[in-house]
Ligand binder design. Structure first.
Ligand code: NAD
Ligand code: TYD
Length: 358
């Protein structure tokens, strides 16, 4: 079986759902259920004996040791993290605790478990660490996209904490021989995306008649990838990636934030026109920029394409349309996750910028 951490979050739950659909191999899912973890995402797996959910922290060594000894996974996929840049700016401590210390403690438990496996168990074992392109820092407009050799230049507490975890994973391979794989992916979007990130936030706000907040001039560039394509890339890396290697994953899909929000508006105009007949684009509002905002990310995904024969299946247009339709079809899910802690977050993040957003 495999052990997934953070499998109740956005990407982790997509991965677990896809895994259960495509494979008979059981999955143990360890998740702390922070504000970002949601068991509703996994409701369709109720009664499925091949999915075992365990609520807990990757940094709880006693718990992780006992799970490893009980379930004896052949692979661990580490999705668990604090993942929102703006939250890391307001309060970095949780990012250090989970992304750095938690990953370190997880690696220690895994090293201890792995070192006691037999020869073939040891060589077949994999620790796959899911990371981000943000560790590479920001690109100038005419700079070449990030390759796996690009120097690490993280700029936010989030990306610095992820960079730190990547370095620990690398060191556990180099020093102890742990068979690790690391993936560095660009911005994801798709089903089960918590509406604090740009795309689901704007879909949610548009439908609620609220402002669509664009930081600064909206000309920052991100490379967007449909989450199902990220999950398929991770399966490729797990199956055939070379031990100790890093694989960059991207959508070949650079877009400015403003153009992303404009496209959301035009698809919504078609799928769910506003009652007054006006465009959702009227709700676009420019707000105060993010501190230290990275200007551009872009991924060179040649290595994973050439070595592992992976390419994204969705274009941005098809993936975004699916995502918007998913949000329209899952309004009950969105309402449930937008209560409680999320409302407090909106007050903290947007109060000085544009009061009408709340
Ligand atoms: P998310 O915030 O939606 O989910 C994170 C999950 O981890 C949640 O279910 C949360 O409860 C769980 N978690 C947090 N701390 C934990 C802990 N200490 N122990 C156990 N579980 C814990 O994040 P996501 O967007 O799904 O991202 C998943 C991974 O992919 C992260 O490592 C992130 O850095 C990386 N990544 C994300 C993106 C993106 O665009 N979202 C892009 C590239 C890489
Ligand atoms: P986000 O979805 O938070 O992902 P990341 O910061 O990891 O790239 O943000 C994507 C881009 O959208 C980023 O440049 C910040 C910008 N943004 C806004 O302009 N307004 C918003 O309300 C949010 C949440 C993000």
């Amino acid at each position: 079986m495999i052990l997934v951490t953070g499998g109740a979050g956005f990407i982790g739950s997509n991965f677990v759902l896809d895994w259960r659909r495509l494979s008979d191999e059981p999955v143990v899912n360890l998740d702390k259920l922070t504000y970002a973890g949601n068991l509703d995402n996994l409701a369709s797996l109720q009664g499925d004996r091949r999915h075992v959910f365990v609520r807990g922290d990757i940094g709880d060594s006693a718990l992780v040791d006992s799970l490893l000894n009980e379930y004896r996974p052949r692979a661990i996929l580490n999705f668990a993290a604090e993942s929102h840049v703006d939250r890391s700016i307001h309060g970095p401590a949780d990012f250090i605790e989970t992304n750095v210390v938690g990953t370190f403690r997880l690696l220690e438990s895994v090293r201890s478990y792995w070192s006691k496996l037999g020869a073939s168990g040891k060589s077949d074992f994999r620790f796959l660490h899911v990371s981000t392109d943000e560790v590479y820092g920001s690109l100038l407009p005419d700079e070449a996209p990030f390759t796996e050799e690009h120097p690490y230049q993280p700029n936010s507490p989030y990306s610095a904490s992820k960079a730190s975890s990547d370095h620990l994973v690398r060191a556990y391979h180099h020093t102890y021989g742990l068979p690790v794989l690391t993936t560095n992916c660009s911005n994801n979007y798709g089903p089960w995306h918590f509406p604090e990130k740009l795309i689901p936030l704007c879909i949610h706000n548009a439908l609620g008649g609220r402002a669509l907040p664009i930081y600064g001039d909206g000309q920052q560039v991100r490379d967007w990838l449909y989450v199902g394509d990220h999950c398929s890339a991770i399966r490729h890396v797990l199956a055939s990636g070379r031990i100790g290697e890093t694989y960059n994953i991207g959508g070949l899909n650079e877009k400015t934030n403003l153009s992303v929000v404009q496209l959301i508006c035009s698809i919504l105009n078609e799928l769910k026109p506003r009652a007054d007949g006006k465009s959702y684009a009227e709700q676009i509002t420019f707000v105060q920029d993010r501190l230290g905002h990275d200007r551009r990310y872009a991924i060179n995904a040649n290595k994973i394409r050439e070595e592992l024969n992976w390419a994204p299946a969705e274009t941005f247009e098809t993936g975004l349309r699916k995502t918007i339709q998913w949000n329209l079809d899952h309004s009950a899910w969105v309402s449930r996750v937008t209560s409680g802690d999320y409302k407090n977050w909106i007050d903290i993040q947007y109060q000085s910028a544009a009061p009408e957003i709340r």
